[in-house]
Design a protein around this ligand. Structure first.
Ligand SMILES: [Zn+2]
Length: 181
């Protein structure tokens, strides 16, 4: 005789039982949600971290949207290339549509911690980004000591392409290797 009830689960997926585990008394302070443990912050500089439309550069309120809400063009979706720049003090990652300001001032650059130890890097030094075709670019933002690609100084404001393996140098101080996946 088939037995309805618990025996029916025998060949099915294991029951999703996750009984709540009450925290031991006195340890609540250590059981923060993961984003609090990482020191999650709410950045106050939307221009340097915001996702922008790669066509019209409107700031996207919803980066996952299929179309730009300003110009209506289709936006690149996830799975597109990523630009990485490996500096001795850290690796920077830039997605399509993201403009990343490099510099020493935390109010200007979300990655300022990578450059604070380099006195000759300007507060707002250069910007790197990735266009929808997967080409990476860098632009000097009027830095005092220059932005260099493979040893060649970029004129201020000029957009220069970056290729895999290029050496991106800020002032005389810090050189990063470009990696394009
Ligand atoms: Zn747009």
């Amino acid at each position: 005789m088939p037995q309805p009830g618990p025996a029916d689960h025998q060949y099915g997926p294991p029951p999703q039982q996750q009984p709540p585990i009450p925290p031991p008394h006195g340890r609540e302070a250590t059981l923060l949600p993961p984003d609090q443990q990482r020191g999650h912050q709410h950045p106050q500089q939307p221009d340097s971290t915001a996702f922008m439309c790669p066509y019209c550069e409107a700031v996207l309120t919803n980066p996952g949207a299929a179309q730009c809400n300003s110009c209506g063009r289709p936006l690149p979706q996830k799975g597109t290339p990523i630009l990485r720049v490996q500096f001795p003090t850290g690796e920077l990652k830039v997605s399509v549509g993201q403009h990343l300001v490099l510099g020493r001032d935390a109010g200007q650059s979300p990655v300022a911690a990578t450059f604070t130890q380099y006195d000759n890097v300007s507060r707002r030094h250069s910007t790197v980004w990735l266009d929808p075709s997967g080409t990476a670019w860098v632009r000097d933002e009027g830095s005092t000591n220059g932005t260099f690609v493979n040893g060649e100084r970029l004129p201020r404001g000029v957009e220069a392409p970056l290729r895999d393996g290029d050496q991106l140098r800020l002032a005389a101080d810090v050189t990063g290797t470009v990696q394009l996946a």
